[in-house]
Design a protein around this ligand. Structure first.
Ligand code: FE2
Ligand code: FE2
Length: 333
């Protein structure tokens, strides 16, 4: 395991500490007691008492932005058929993915970074990271984790082709929404037969809008016909898409997004074998997170008493609010 350095000044923790699975172990700002030191030791997080601040998240933020820029260029080149060595071009993405999975703050970082006007490129990088993260949660073999990353990264590549056509022709004969649906076909065409990528990468581009009950597109395949790895990308895609959704001017929180995919699993659209372990992970991740309530108050998630992810117990100062009972209170960010 790589060494993680966290700063503790005058006994106050200066950074959030995460476990190997990316679950928040200790929140920055707390006063470190002996019990905390035992907790850290139990989770094998090495600490050092140093005087200068170690800005890990800032470092990742910069690397993330740089990766999005690199991937923008890569995707544009793929869409134009100009990439000779795809494997080499994807290398910066793999390098950041490896670091983020190792340092366990992937969701933390992407939540900090998530913008509600996320571009196709940001979405693609996020879906790549999330697909790999879900693979890790499901304990798939290591070789599949990088592949899931690539499948997620390139799943929407066909959208660039649609965008190109829209800008060239100005107006298309059919509705823009219908034309956009064809991005799965275009993506598959762009990627299929490339010798330097795994065959599942074009398959994910083609089938990531298929759902288990057969109501998806382009073929209306049911679960048996959709490779399990593609179903992982579909869950990651849904979750990230919902995180940047805004309905009637109201932004979806990660809690809303998680609740929404949980419902889709129970409705037979998404595979519960993928969604439920991911939800379990998210719940652990959400505990201790700072949230904003619709009455303007800022609180901290304490506990989920049932399955519903939008209604945890929230602490605001010294007061506790059970959102299951206080139905007028909701998390808005
Ligand atoms: Fe898509
Ligand atoms: Fe997508």
């Amino acid at each position: 395991m790589s060494k993680q350095v966290y700063t503790i000044i005058d006994n106050i923790l200066q950074h959030d500490i995460y476990t190997e699975n990316g679950v928040l172990l200790l929140k920055k700002g707390i006063e470190i007691q002996d019990s905390h030191k035992k907790l850290i030791a139990r989770h094998l997080v090495k600490t050092e008492y140093i005087s200068s601040c170690d800005e890990e998240v800032v470092e990742y933020t910069d690397e993330y932005s740089q990766t999005v820029r690199n991937m923008k260029q890569l995707m544009e080149e793929v869409a134009e058929g100009n990439v000779s060595n795809l494997e080499e071009a994807i290398a910066p993405f793999h390098s950041l993915l490896e670091d983020m999975l190792k340092e366990h703050n992937l969701l933390h970082t992407s939540r900090e970074l998530h913008t509600h006007d996320a571009t196709t490129y940001e979405h693609s990088v996020n879906v790549g990271f999330l697909s790999a993260l879900i693979g890790k949660i499901l304990r798939v073999p290591d070789v599949l984790i990088g592949r899931l990353g690539e499948m997620g990264l390139l799943h929407d590549i066909g959208k660039l082709k649609v965008q190109q056509q829209l800008s060239e022709k100005g107006e298309l004969g059919i509705s823009e929404e219908e034309e956009m649906k064809k991005h799965t076909i275009y993506g598959h065409e762009l990627l299929k037969g490339k010798s330097d990528i795994h065959y599942l990468v074009p398959v994910a581009a083609l089938l990531h809008h298929e759902v288990c009950d057969g109501s998806g597109h382009p073929h209306g395949y049911t679960e048996e016909k959709i490779p399990f790895a593609v179903q992982i990308v579909t869950v990651a895609d849904k979750y990230d898409g919902l995180c940047s959704l805004e309905v009637n001017g109201v932004k979806f929180s990660p809690f809303d997004a998680a609740e929404s995919i949980r419902k889709e699993a129970f409705d037979g659209k998404l595979n519960p074998k993928i969604v439920l372990p991911f939800i379990h992970y998210l719940k652990q991740h959400f505990v201790n997170q700072t949230v904003k309530l619709n009455n303007g108050q800022i609180g901290e998630v304490v506990y989920f008493s049932n399955d519903e992810l939008t209604k945890p117990l929230v602490r605001v100062g010294e007061e506790f609010f059970d959102l299951k009972i206080n139905t007028n209170l909701t998390i808005i960010g």
